[in-house]
Write a protein that binds this ligand. Structure first.
Ligand SMILES: C[S@@+](CC[C@H](N)C(=O)[O-])C[C@H]1O[C@@H](n2cnc3c(N)ncnc32)[C@H](O)[C@@H]1O
Length: 197
């Protein structure tokens, strides 16, 4: 289910409030509900990378936003790029002021969650903001699963994500109008390099 406009707006809110040039990474863009919001607010000196692992969704994003759509001018100027690859393959460190993620961490195996969170912390500049969403009560509900393997996986992911939120969350919004309702969460890692997850 694509994110609602309300959820997409909540996810890009820290970037929307930002003054001055910024580098932004969107990961797990899907068909682009968050990309649409980014395209609406991109500043003339900002740079945006949109990462999507799936070839079909990447082709949709290219058609809708990069070829002749709202990011086409920025793409021609080299300020907007579509990266059709796993986000873990993005090289470098301290590259982005904002990372906005649609990756469903609660559906991943713990080692993949560890990789993704380490990668986000590697790519985020110190003091940068990582924004992502999770469906309200998703971790609690999944822990009631009758499937023991799912229960163990979600319990592990939940304690990793919960520790990260407890330590680094700076803001969150509950978006009731999303289906299902979801939290937009915003995290900051002051030194950008913590690897606790
Ligand atoms: C739940 S969808 C979110 C789509 C959209 N951002 C939204 O809010 O509706 C997650 C997306 O992440 C993509 N994805 C999964 N693993 C990825 C990875 N390692 N790197 C980049 N994209 C990934 C999937 O292909 C999928 O399109």
């Amino acid at each position: 289910m694509p994110s609602s406009r309300g959820l997409a707006r909540a996810l890009v809110a820290p970037y929307a409030k930002h003054d001055g040039p910024a580098r932004v990474l969107e990961v797990g863009a899907g068909t682009g509900p968050v990309t649409a919001e980014l395209a609406r607010i991109i500043g003339p000196q900002d740079e945006i990378d949109v990462c999507e692992i799936d070839d079909h969704f990447a082709a949709v994003l290219h058609e809708k936003y990069f070829k002749s759509g709202p990011l086409a001018d920025a793409a021609r100027a080299g300020r907007a790029r579509l990266l059709n690859q796993p986000m873990q393959a993005i090289e470098g460190e301290d590259r982005y002021d904002f990372i906005i993620s649609g990756l469903p961490l609660n559906g991943f195996e713990p080692p993949l969650v560890t990789d993704i969170l380490a990668c986000i912390q590697r790519l985020l500049k110190p003091g940068g903001t990582y924004s992502y969403f999770e469906y309200a009560a998703a971790r609690r509900l999944l822990r009631w699963s009758i499937n023991g393997k799912t229960r163990r996986r979600v319990t592990q992911v939940s304690s990793m994500v919960g520790a990260l939120i407890g330590k680094h969350e700076i803001d969150r919004q509950l978006i009731f109008v999303n289906v299902p309702p979801a939290y937009a969460r915003h995290l900051r890692f002051e030194d950008g390099k913590q690897r606790e997850a």
